[in-house]
Design a protein around this ligand. Structure first.
Ligand code: UD1
Ligand code: CA
Length: 455
């Protein structure tokens, strides 16, 4: 007996006011549906069926290469109808787990409990008691608190609307039974839809006990119908991620002002200041500190580094004890050794900077390799692009590049070479020598400023 999952994701999401299908709206930088799929990966889910309708093509494309079975529901005739579209692909002995593509924060532990309850009793519903149950289907209980049915708000009587226990929409049920009950659904209700929830009453009619389980946290059942709810969920997820970091020993100056859009791995004694965004997979080693207003994507920063305020680091590897920023832009394929400095208003792209070299101010390094202990003066520019092709600049160990130098690539500066300030270097500069390339300074003796002519 294995598990088959069906994720309902065909709805339009009219209230999002967007051209993007609802399940592609980003939450913490990833589509809503991706969160649900990732949670499925944490439980022992067999085949995953996703029912799509609105924007089906876009949804398929967004998840190309991912192992899911797409099921089209061209017309959205209700949750029961949606499940019916997926059922032909299910094995009778399996347990079916019904999830919603727009309920992204449900935890894997909650799903495991729900599935376990269905194994024992054949049908289980995830419910929650809410202070304000408006909009949800209500769980109707009879004798000794037994569930008798679920009633949708639009079909509920006044007293039924008083019920605080709601249907989250997530259920688990043996496929054989689900198939039978879904086949009996009718659309004879206030919304003229095939309600999946009607199977609960059928289960009771057939003499089965309906079990209910509850999530550990009510935030798990929150759905996204509009942008207000999306923003609320973003805050919930931000706080969840922050709590994981805090519990792992990371110092967050303000847990409400750190966004993790992907995975963040931290060593011990890492400190993260306010307004920092991490994207993709980021690794911060021991004793790293990140200043305020930084954006760090797909990068590793080794131990004892200091990233100063307003720094952007993308697809880079920063060696230990380095200091980056403030206001630095480190672009993809940048690798630094240890003890490196990249200072303010410095842009680095596709470059290697060796141990203890310094690029402190107002510089562009593109397609450059720099050795150890080299100093790059303020305002140095590698001219790496001729408008068509890109070329590399190579600078050795212990070199000194004077301020305001242009290095016209391809070009090489040898070990221990000095370049005079203001040079435009178009030919290789030999090791251990001073190379200067600029107009000689002259002073014109006896020169006078022109005077205004009398008319
Ligand atoms: C549903 C439940 C309600 C529950 C609530 C929880 C039913 C009849 N009602 O109501 O008891 O409290 O969820 O949020 O099940 N979908 C399809 N195809 C369809 C219809 C819906 O794929 O034909 C998908 C939607 O994209 C969405 C999910 O199913 O992801 C739920 O549909 P929605 O219309 O939002 O159901 P509710 O009316 O909120
Ligand atoms: Ca809904």
């Amino acid at each position: 007996m294995s598990l088959s999952v069906v994720i309902l994701a065909a709805g339009q999401g009219t209230r999002m006011n967007s051209r993007l299908p609802k399940v592609l709206q980003p939450l913490a930088g990833r589509p809503l549906l991706e969160h649900v799929l990732n949670t499925c990966a944490e439980i022992d889910a067999g085949e995953i069926h996703v029912v799509i309708g609105h924007g089906a093509e876009a949804v398929r494309e967004a998840f190309a290469g991912r192992e899911v079975t797409w099921v089209e529901q061209p017309e959205q005739l209700g949750t029961g109808h949606a499940v019916a579209q997926a059922l032909p692909g299910f094995a009778n002995d399996d347990i079916a787990l019904v999830l919603y593509g727009d309920v992204p924060l449900v935890r894997s532990t909650t799903l495991r409990e729900l599935v376990a309850a269905a194994r024992a009793d054949h049908i289980a519903v995830l419910t929650a008691k809410l202070d304000d149950p408006t909009g949800y289907g209500r769980i109707v209980r009879g004798d000794r608190g037994r569930v008798t049915r679920i009633v949708e708000e639009k079909d509920a009587s006044e007293s039924e609307r008083e019920i605080g226990e709601v249907n989250t929409g997530l259920i688990a049920c043996q496929v054989r039974l689900l198939r039978k009950w879904v086949g009996e659904l009718s659309a004879d209700n206030a919304q003229g839809e095939y309600y999946l929830t009607d199977i609960i009453g059928m289960a009771v009619r057939d003499g089965l006990k309906v079990r209910t389980t509850q999530p550990e946290s009510k935030s798990e059942i929150l759905g996204v119908n509009d942008r207000l709810q999306l923003a609320e969920l973003e805050a919930v997820l931000r706080r969840r991620n922050a709590d994981v970091l805090l519990n792992a020993g990371v110092t967050l100056i303000d847990p409400a002002r750190v966004d993790v859009r992907g995975t963040l791995e931290c060593g011990h004694d890492v400190t993260i200041d306010v307004n920092v965004v991490f994207e993709g997979n980021v690794k911060l080693d021991n004793n790293v500190s990140i200043g305020p207003n930084c954006y760090i994507r797909e990068s590793q920063i080794e131990q004892d580094c200091r990233v100063l305020p307003n720094t952007f680091i993308d697809n880079a590897h920063i060696g230990p004890r380095s200091q980056i920023g403030p206001f630095a832009r480190v672009r993809p394929e940048t690798y630094t050794g240890s003890d490196v400095r990249i200072g303010n208003f410095v842009e680095v792209k596709k470059s290697v900077i060796g141990k203890a070299s310094k690029v402190s101010h107002l510089t562009y390094l593109g397609d450059t390799t720099i050795g150890k202990n080299t100093n790059i003066g303020a305002g140095t520019i590698t001219c790496n692009y001729d408008g068509v092709n890109k070329y590399r600049t190579k600078i050795g160990d212990d070199a000194f590049i004077g301020s305001g130098t242009n290095l016209v690539a391809p070009v090489e500066v040898g070990d221990g070479a000095n370049i005079g300030a203001g040079s435009t270097i178009t030919k290789d500069a030999p090791a251990g020598k001073l190379t200067v390339s600029r107009g000689r300074q002259t002073t014109v003796e006896g020169w006078k400023r022109p005077e205004k002519k009398a008319k």
